[in-house]
Write a protein that binds this ligand. Structure first.
Ligand code: XMP
Length: 513
């Protein structure tokens, strides 16, 4: 796949994937590489530009991540963002130091004045708000650089060496709070790197289909299809590429939302490929009976899933390729090291040890989630599958708090369906990133008609987030919540009280278990 490539060198900043998404939204392919990537490998990628990301360190410390100075001799433009800007200044002979006064340290929205004659700001307004987050200060800029933007506190908010194509900005153009930030990234790509804009999903589909055909030849491919966005798009892409050579196994663990299993089947059973639905509800519920500890639930579901899939694979016979819907955020090796594991996520798909196959294929491993959705649309998948909100692998098992019973699952499924229906009919399903009901393990007294009830409390959760690492609780209008509450207590047996979860993440998580 010969796309022009921009390399994003990752120094551990929190917005690095966002930078990559912005570049791709501008129609230019990019990859995020750790700053430790050997120069030879970077050269082999023949980049048309580099972006050096932000990061939590100070460049003047010996122990901080550095960049091979050779990248500045490759004749390729470089944009340094925040730490990346200071690193470029430091590496090319400037001086960076800790800001002496509070006024030189800048955090948050800052009024910024740009030099519109600088190619990075071409065609853009001369003033605007930029989003700063730096405690260090460039005391001296390197030779050859001029000052291209300033704020009230800082004379060198942006620096430029137009001749060599080196640009540095102290603020974060990738975040929405920076006015015209994306336009600046676009200018870097098109005005400075000379990008052709050759990254589109239509193109990607054609080249990916050809690449899969070439790799698979006459071989057989097996895919675990969960009905989530990634595995669905993976299935559609593979079906387009190799048709009947593909078998998709959909393990229905009985922990899906209302009608979901049937929807997945309806979406795929008529494609030109082999679709197998395994009804494993009894097995899963049997193994989960009496289990209330969340991590144990996850473990059991993960293990059982692999067992069912393995049995099915044996029935199918020998396969050559095991396909997985891995996407780019799972692949990126961050320059910042490992993050703490809060919950053990079980994602249907990660099964390399259990089935006899020759090779793994991951046709989505270079795509971000938004791109996967776009590709799904290109392939003709229905919108409800493509724009589906995330749903955890262990399904409703981790939304029934405590031990699982069929009755509790039924109540949760019905209540969740009402909630989703009302959110959709209020037109909020796009504005809210994820929303679902949780059946708590608390029972309380209520009164219905003339009788006393002693039933379960249902919690409603709705969050807005861009990355699911942090999330805010969604401000759902009271009248919508009121409708949901009234409908659920009237329509769903076993629930007599509704609460709305108003915690963000952190300190809470999105799911309750
Ligand atoms: P948390 O609860 O960790 O959730 O804040 C963040 C996002 O991940 C989803 N999630 C899971 N996805 N297997 C999955 O595939 C899991 O075990 C799992 N647990 C949480 C959650 O729905 C949210 O989108």
């Amino acid at each position: 796949m010969a796309h022009q490539t921009v390399i994003i060198l990752d120094f551990g900043g929190q917005y690095n994937q966002l930078i990559a998404r912005r570049v791709r939204e501008c129609g230019v392919y990019c990859e995020v590489k750790s700053y430790t990537t050997p120069l030879a490998e970077l050269r082999r990628m023949e980049p048309i530009g580099f972006i050096l990301t932000g990061g939590p360190n100070s460049v003047y410390l010996e122990t901080s991540p550095h960049v091979d100075p050779e990248i500045f001799s490759m004749g390729v433009p470089v944009l340094g963002i925040c730490y990346g800007c200071q690193l470029m200044a430091h590496t090319l002979g400037g001086k960076v130091a800790a800001a002496q006064s509070d006024s030189a340290r800048e955090y948050g929205k800052t009024e910024t004045f740009y030099d519109a004659s600088c190619p990075l700001f071409k065609g853009l307004p001369e003033t605007g708000v930029s989003w700063m987050s730096h405690g260090d200060y460039m005391e001296r800029v390197p030779e050859g650089f001029t000052l291209a933007a300033r704020s009230k506190a800082c004379p060198n908010v942006a620096i430029a060496d137009v001749e060599r194509g080196f640009y540095g900005v102290q603020y974060h153009p990738e975040v929405r709070h920076t006015e015209n930030g994306v336009a600046m990234i676009r200018n870097f790509l098109y005005e400075i790197c000379g990008a052709a804009g050759d990254w589109t999903m239509g193109d990607y589909k054609r080249t990916a289909v050809a690449a899969i055909r070439e790799k698979v030849g006459g071989g057989r491919v097996l895919l675990a299809l969960s009905g989530g966005v990634d595995s669905s798009v993976c299935a559609a892409l593979l079906a387009e590429a190799v048709g009947e050579q593909l078998t998709c196994v959909f393990v229905d663990h009985g922990l899906m939302r209302k009608n979901e299993g049937d929807e997945v089947q309806a979406a795929f059973q008529n494609w030109a490929m082999n679709f197998v639905r395994v009804d494993a509800e009894d097995r899963f519920l049997g193994r989960l009976a009496g289990v209330s500890e969340p991590e144990q639930k996850r473990r059991i579901i993960g293990e059982e899933f692999i067992r069912v899939f393995e049995e099915e694979a044996r029935r199918i016979g020998s396969v050559d390729f095991l396909a997985q819907g891995t996407i780019y955020p799972d692949v990126i090796e961050s320059g910042a090291g490992d993050a703490a594991v809060i919950k053990s996520h079980h994602n249907v798909g990660g099964l390399p040890d259990c089935v006899d196959f020759k090779e793994i294929i991951e046709p989505l491993r270079l795509l971000f989630k938004d791109e996967v959705r776009q590709l799904g649309r290109e392939l003709g998948l229905p919108e409800y599958l493509v724009s589906r909100q995330p749903f955890p692998g262990p399904g409703l098992a981790i939304r029934v708090i405590g031990d699982l019973t069929r009755e509790k699952l039924y109540a949760l499924r019905e209540a969740d369906a009402v909630y989703r229906e009302e959110i959709a009919s209020a037109g909020l399903d796009r504005a809210v990133s994820q929303y679902f009901a949780v059946l708590t393990n608390t029972r309380s007294v209520g009164v219905m008609g003339d009788g006393r009830t002693y039933d379960y409390t249902l919690a409603l959760r709705a969050v807005t987030t861009s990355d699911f690492m942090t999330a805010d609780w969604a401000r759902i209008p009271y009248d919508v919540l009121d409708r949901v509450s009234t409908r659920i207590v009237n329509e769903v047996p076993g629930i007599n009280r509704i609460c709305y979860d108003i915690t963000s993440k952190p300190p809470a998580t999105v799911e309750w278990e």
